[in-house]
Design a protein around this ligand. Sequence first.
Ligand code: FES
Length: 192
Amino acid sequence: MAWRTIDRTKVSPEEMGPGLSAAVREKIQAFFPRYPTKQAALIPALHIIQDALGYISLQAMEDVAELLELHPSQVMDVVSFYSMFWTHPRGKKTIMLCRSLSCELMGGKNVRDALVEKLGIKEHETTDDGEWSFMTEECLAACEHAPCMLINEKLHKCVRVEDLNRILSDPDNDKLEMPRSDLFDAPRTAQT
Ligand code: FES
């Protein structure tokens, strides 16, 4: 595939997407005391942005670059490196299916094929009703429960094709007592 050059000077405001709200900026800034430099707070900052906006827009990349005194291209480098960061809007729930060895050996490919057929979307796509997005990922660190998948942050273990209708129709299929995203709540008081 040939390289494609994108002229970012001609991006429309719609394509830039939403920027950072005051609340999101404040939440990111509250992380600064935890790190030796502002730049080191980039990963939690990106999680905070994605939790707030659902994805990392181009405007959000520019805003967080300014906030952390980075070049926007450095932010884009990080966003494009990690597959868990999305650069376009996601559905309300994201299914992340493991594609690594243990899960493949235990029938992960059948689950993937069934999910693609049921949802009618391919990887990194979103259903027309905005409910579901789908992606595969390398080992989810739950190999003993292969094949497994996450719905948002909730792990579903030993998933079989015949379990999918039940799992997908359960309104609580993404509910957790302690969401991982709570880890990105800033400390209430500055640390010394
Ligand atoms: S191989 Fe699937 S969780 Fe490790």
